[in-house]
Design a protein around this ligand. Structure first.
Ligand code: KIV
Length: 266
């Protein structure tokens, strides 16, 4: 078995792939170990603010927390390219701030690349990070860190002006040196236009099969979260299974059926 880790360069080379690029989020060691054999890229997404920590949006997570989860995912994987999100407030002030914090993430997690949200507006920060030798994945379209300001998660590309902005953002992140770009929350013909207009792979989430790859929040597609955005397919529904197992455990403990003979040290 080839256990060499996929690099940002190998992902970048997979533009217009026959087989789409497979990406999922991972936040913890046990989940990373399960996903690693099947995925090309694992994202330690700042969505963990909502999924793991119960916040109402992704802006309430700090760099130290992202680094701890990034380290866990790197430790538990050997094949997938690992990308760690730069959290809100750690890159927007200046290219210098972005570079300092990108260095911290790379040095303290051992990950393959960082990701940040933004297009034309973040191009100088992206360029500073890439010029320093740190691979970067961009994230355009619906940008969850901006959703608080925008009053919710809003699909992009429904007006001419929005389409022009998306195309300009895609071009800007490519020119700034990103090795790939997440496109979130757009309609299919716009995703296709964006994908055809740049030479780096586009990774879609709620952005149609027109992209070069796909990503989902793992907990959503496993049915571990109560939320059900339109673009998520639940590949299984673990919530009732977990609920049933916990109910059985509670009953067994209460009635002293657990621990049983098999669980006793002799
Ligand atoms: O934080 C995250 O999980 C993400 C994906 C939804 C792309 O950015």
């Amino acid at each position: 078995m080839n256990t060499e880790r996929l690099t940002p360069d190998t992902i970048r080379a997979r533009k217009n792939p026959t087989e789409a690029i497979v990406c999922l989020t991972a936040y913890t060691a046990p989940m990373a170990a399960l996903l690693d054999p099947h995925c090309d890229l694992l994202l330690v997404g700042d969505s963990l603010a909502m999924v793991l920590y119960g916040h109402s949006d992704t802006t309430q997570i700090d760099l130290d927390t992202m680094i701890r989860h990034g380290r866990a995912v790197v430790n538990a994987s050997s094949r997938a390219c690992i990308v760690v999100d730069m959290p809100y407030g750690t890159y927007e002030n200046s290219p210098e701030q972005a570079l300092t914090n990108a260095h911290r993430i790379m040095d303290e997690t051992g990950c393959s690349a960082v990701k940040l949200e933004g297009g034309v507006d973040m191009a100088p920060a992206i360029k500073a990070i890439v010029d320093a030798g740190i691979p970067l994945m961009a994230h355009i379209g619906l940008q969850p860190q901006s959703s608080v300001k925008e009053g919710g998660f809003k699909v992009k590309g429904r007006t001419d002006e929005s389409v022009q902005k998306l195309l300009a953002d895609a071009k800007a992140v490519e020119e700034a040196g990103a090795f790939s770009v997440v496109i979130e929350g757009t309609v299919e013909h716009v995703s296709r236009l964006m994908t055809e207009s740049i030479n780096i792979p586009t990774i879609g989430i709620g952005a149609s099969p027109a992209c070069d790859g796909q990503i989902l929040v793992t907990d959503d597609m496993l049915g571990l979260t109560p939320r059900q955005p339109k673009f998520v397919k639940k590949f299984t529904n673990l919530q009732p299974l977990v609920g049933k197992a916990i109910e059985e455990y509670a009953n067994d403990v209460r009635t002293r059926r657990f621990p049983g003979e098999e669980q006793l040290y002799k």
